[in-house]
Design a protein around this ligand. Structure first.
Ligand code: NAP
Length: 296
């Protein structure tokens, strides 16, 4: 099959392109800086320089399936662009290009909690993007993962940005819960969806095998380096004021949206869609990936 992956040079995209290439597909990775990637990309993957915000420049002709991954990180404040422009308008452009180029199938990467009325610009843009996909004529499958971890991911560096070793303050004591999913497990599910159209029309909420608080994950990150971490709660109202004050400061990577995203758990409420693709007891755990425990 010929598969075009927007954001194919990013964290999830690089792992996915490698998996699809390994499975024998012709893969095109689409992004603005095609030579940059947090992990190595197989030499057989064609890299194509495109910006999804530039309607009319996208070209998916020849593709059997497009996987749309482009988005901005919710963990840092956008610079020089907005979640709306990249995620909402960008998805509209991708959908339109698929329709114009005769591509029937789209796999769309959303996020848990996507909602046009959501609390953060990231979540609202993800909601708009899902709407653009659902009103299209495409045979689409939507994935809504919790936080994704693995080589080249930003979650570990994010926890370090948020904390200091040994003793740290975290908003609300870091009790926001996540359900981290290993990138290799997520990519397994996306590749299976590319290869098998029986998943058309489905929306899969995806989480890993455990629900962990931000404090627990932060402790694991430091323990993996032989360091301890004691978490001291920062009252949520204080964190809100502090991060709101940081909003206009470009050199501070976090702001009120990042505070808002810590107010809500990021876990699968209904059926965990990953079980359709990978047995849940075979999923890689966060601690297993970090190197302790007998994780997969
Ligand atoms: N990682 C997670 O924990 C997580 C959790 C839930 C959902 N997701 C979703 O999974 C998807 C992939 O996430 P990720 O962590 O792999 O993101 P990432 O590492 O930030 O990768 C983003 C990719 O999009 C490209 N890109 C950004 N702006 C673009 C534009 N205007 N036009 C074309 N390409 C553009 C980037 O390359 P250039 O900068 O070179 O263009 C890069 O290849 C996203 O939709 C994200 O919301 C991720």
């Amino acid at each position: 099959m010929e598969v075009h992956v927007t954001g194919g040079t990013g964290f999830v995209g690089s792992h996915l392109c490698n998996k699809l290439a390994e499975n024998g597909h012709d893969v095109v990775a689409v992004s603005r800086n095609p030579d940059e990637s947090p992990v190595g990309i197989d030499g057989s993957v064609e890299r194509r320089e495109r910006d999804v915000t530039e309607a009319g420049t996208l070209d998916f002709s020849g593709a059997d399936v497009v996987v749309h991954l482009v988005s901005l990180s919710p963990l840092v404040k956008p610079r020089g662009t907005t979640h709306h422009d990249v995620t909402a308008e960008g998805t509209r452009n991708v959908v339109e290009a698929c329709e114009n180029d005769g591509v029937d199938r789209l796999v769309h990467m959303s996020a848990l909690g996507a909602d046009t009325d959501g609390e953060t610009a990231y979540i609202r843009a993800k909601g708009e993007a899902e709407d653009a996909v659902s009103v299209s004529s495409l045979d689409a499958t939507v994935f809504r993962p919790s936080v994704v971890f693995g080589d080249g991911g930003e979650f570990v560096s994010f926890t370090k940005l948020l904390t200091t070793p040994y003793v740290t303050g975290l908003p609300g004591g870091g009790d926001t819960r996540f359900q981290p999913i290993y990138v290799g497990d997520l990519v397994e599910a996306v590749a299976e969806t590319v290869e098998n159209d029986e998943h058309t029309g489905e929306t899969y909420e995806i989480g890993g095998p455990e629900r962990l608080t931000l404090a627990e994950m932060s402790r694991s990150v430091y323990e993996a380096e032989g360091r301890s971490l004691v978490v001291v709660p920062v009252p949520m109202p204080l964190a809100r004021v502090g991060l709101a004050l940081a909003d206009p400061l470009p050199f501070v990577p976090m702001g009120s949206d990042q505070y808002a995203s810590l107010k809500f758990d990021n876990v699968v409420e209904g059926t965990n869609g990953i079980g359709v693709f990978v047995p849940v007891d075979e999923l890689t755990t966060f601690d297993g990936w970090l190197g302790f425990e007998d994780g997969q």
